[in-house]
Write a protein that binds this ligand. Sequence first.
Ligand SMILES: Cc1ncc(COP(=O)(O)O)c(C=O)c1O
Length: 367
Amino acid sequence: MTIPIFNTFIHPQAINTVSSVLDSTFISEGQIVKDFETELEKELGLKNCVTVNSGTAALHLALVLAGIGPGDEVIIPAQTFVATGLVVVQQYAKVVFADIDYETGNLSVESFKSRITTKTKAVIPVHWGGYPCDMDEINAIAKQHNIIVIEDAAHALGALYKNKFVGQLSDYTCFSFQAIKHLTTGDGGAVTTVHPDKYNQALTLKWFGIDRNNAQPSELGERQYDILQAGFKYHLNNYAASLGLANLNGFTERMVSRRKIAKMYDEGLKNISGIKQFIYKQDRLSAYWLYAFHVEKRLDFIKKLKEKGITASVVHQRIDRNSVFGGLDKSLINQARFDDTQIHIPIHDAVDSEKANYIVDTIRAGW
Ligand SMILES: Cc1ncc(COP(=O)(O)O)c(C=O)c1O
């Protein structure tokens, strides 16, 4: 048996839906992109959803919409992928790292509070592995200090926080539909916002700053427009959206199965010497893009599972260590502990109960 850490789920219907887009030769952005956005809003509670061509583009667009620029400080956790920090640097703003909670990998509310200065303009909580951050507390503190909240929900499509889908809780929420995410368009992403005016701005900025709806072709054939703000080539296209639409079929049912596997791991990995399970609250439900815990003798653990055909892996080591962000931030005490022991085991559409039992039994046999 070989069980990879990630897999790419392609719905059987996708072959036909993508083929029909290719047959039509209308492969650029059109109605299918709109349909995909509408379905995401309807099925997964996303508010004012604007699709783009990556999760990174979604984050960058959110920062631009939020007006982040030179001199501004943006607070982020180091437990994330580099994209979260790079977009801040690309806006010539300053990345300020806050610590995480060891038990979840998510932004520590206390640490966030302690990093606020008069220059803080935004915070980017990252829902590690798909488990929602303490959004009520983060949003309340942000409101007090006039800070814009941009959720990095690259792992968290379908996650629930106090019975609400992630994607309607804060100023902006950013998703990724990259190849190994639990809903993929090959590459792609989406930004959602609770501000209707920002929604309209996002629609324009994702395509060079041209307002498509009010830029109809003249008799000369060329669209007529006046760009007011420099935009980007961030739009999704029809064939990527058609893959996304096909993959949305049965998404909710697959999420139920994924959560069942997570429950099996929660139970099966209890009381094992050398393992510290994450502590998740009852008022929210992870999307479980990852299943994470802490392990002692990590390299031995990885090797032992590898012998048995199972890939266990560290995912995204702390990003502050990159020179572009200024190098290792020694004040991040929990981050350092997390970095030493974090591990992830397979949880995806190709992991069924039999495989989950095999993984649990293998771990219980020791390493
Ligand atoms: C936490 C986080 N944020 C942002 C991104 C960027 O997403 P994308 O690869 O779609 O640009 C990723 C990618 O995996 C991620 O893990």
